[in-house]
Design a protein around this ligand. Structure first.
Ligand code: UD1
Length: 416
């Protein structure tokens, strides 16, 4: 098992370019099976979750090749609707294959998805959306079996703007007869990216980015070439790292608008921020002030995925910062690791109070989940002395060689 060894206390300087978005590419990979041709996907990050999705694509009959950051998928021979438990358990986003395989083959059999341990992560909204479109579900020996003889477009009303349920509904609706409207849809940039990908293969989809997404189903789909948007959560992580360690960093190859809630907070804390069309420059001198109140919310609110790295930053600010986690009930698992590094944090239900300390100290800690693990890495980079971070397979799910990007900025961090 690999470990990250971090010698903290170095300021960061230079430029880091952000890789393609994990949360965009995974539903897009599922969407490739809706056409019976070839999909060429550029800016595809080399992440554990992407490799897990490739295994699922191969299992259902696709031929896949991955060169540099371009993935080519031939989905002509998709013929297997059964996704085994061990592939499903690799990642949460595997559930996105439910709508796509159902759309292509009219049936699908899979297991409850794995992924980060962030508390209860039910899929009732996914199932109810697909039922509305005509799918029937039954459970058999732990497997979820789903079948639809004829799928028709309908109005799907989501009781919460779930990202995954919106994506599953969009994928299945593409294969339905007639019009589907997803009401109270998620508005995340990744939904818009999925819409753009579906349109690029010939589907008629509009409204993504607003709370109603409309799909005119059963359009003939064709081969496609597409470039995935940059990863807004990686961008937010690098910005928090620069603010925490000090120095001057340019985060490039990004869409700044996607993380405007994060940059507004960093600005309010006292960072120097300059926003250009595709990059953000950040510099920090002196001590930053605490954040009054961060509430995680569906987009365009503050992203739950950026909460752990921002909390790592808050550990060393002057004053007390308050975080309210509204999306996941198990999303403070990184707090134990931050406390071991010297942070002073109290949790009460979905609220975390972070009392700023002057210094953090190196320690041995384990990554608990993807973004929590990234938060521990950047806290260790700002701590005095050596830290060893274990269980880094969580971090590899969403950051392409985090040690290389951080070292390029001047951090002392190695994988062993
Ligand atoms: C969520 C985040 C997304 C992030 C991803 C990975 C939100 C709204 N979504 O997406 O931005 O990139 O995690 O960390 O911030 N829920 C149900 N039933 C369901 C589906 C969801 O009750 O069938 C609940 C979840 O328990 C959770 C909330 O809805 O409390 C958000 O879930 P959802 O948006 O579906 O999660 P992800 O798609 O994983």
């Amino acid at each position: 098992m690999s470990t990250l060894i971090v010698n903290g206390g170095r300021e960061l300087f230079g430029e880091v370019s952000v890789h393609g978005s994990k949360n965009s590419v995974l539903p897009i990979l599922a969407a490739t099976i809706l056409n019976a041709g070839t999909s060429v996907i550029h800016n595809c990050p080399k992440l554990r979750d992407v490799y897990a999705a490739i295994e699922i694509l191969r299992c259902i009959g696709c031929e896949v090749s991955f060169e540099e950051n371009t993935l080519t998928i031939d989905s002509k021979n998709v013929n297997n609707c059964e996704i085994p438990d061990e592939l499903m358990r690799e990642m949460r986003s595997s559930v996105i294959f439910m709508g796509a395989v159902l759309g292509r083959l009219g049936r699908v059999s899979l297991f409850a998805p794995g992924g980060c341990e962030l508390g209860a992560r039910p899929i009732d909204l996914h199932i109810s959306a697909l039922k509305t479109l005509g799918a029937h579900f039954r459970e058999e020996g732990g497997a979820i079996r789903c079948e639809a003889r004829r799928m028709r477009g309908r109005d799907i009303v989501l009781s919460f703007p779930s990202v995954g349920a919106t994506e599953n509904a969009m994928l299945a609706a593409t294969a339905c007869e007639g019009r589907t409207r997803i009401i109270n849809a998620a508005r995340e940039p990744e939904i818009e990216d999925l819409q753009n990908f579906l349109k690029a293969q010939g589907a008629e989809v509009y409204g993504a980015g607003s709370s109603t997404v409309t799909i005119e189903g059963k359009r003939p789909l064709s081969s496609v070439e597409y470039t995935v948007i940059p990863d807004r959560i990686c961008a937010a992580t690098y910005l928090c790292a620069a603010a925490l360690c000090g120095g001057r960093v340019r985060v490039s190859g990004i869409i700044p608008e996607h993380i405007s809630t994060v940059t507004t907070i960093l600005d309010g804390m006292g960072c120097d921020i300059r926003i250009d069309e595709k990059s953000i420059d950040i510099a920090r001198r002196g001590r930053l002030s605490a954040i009054r109140n961060v509430r995680t919310m569906p987009y365009p609110g503050f992203p739950t995925d950026a909460q752990p790295p921002l909390m790592a930053l808050a550990t060393r600010c002057a004053g007390t910062s308050t975080f309210v986690e509204n999306i996941f009930d198990g999303r403070f698992r990184h707090v134990g690791g931050l406390i071991r590094l010297g942070a002073d944090i109290k949790i009460e239900g979905k609220i975390a109070l972070v009392y700023g300390v002057e210094r953090l100290y190196g320690s041995n800690i384990d990554a608990t989940d993807l973004r929590g693990g990234a938060a521990m890495v950047i806290a260790a980079m700002a701590a005095e002395g050596e830290s060893r971070i274990g269980e880094i397979h969580h971090i590899d799910r969403g950051y392409e060689k985090i040690e290389e990007s951080m070292s390029a900025l001047g951090a002392d961090i190695k994988r062993r």
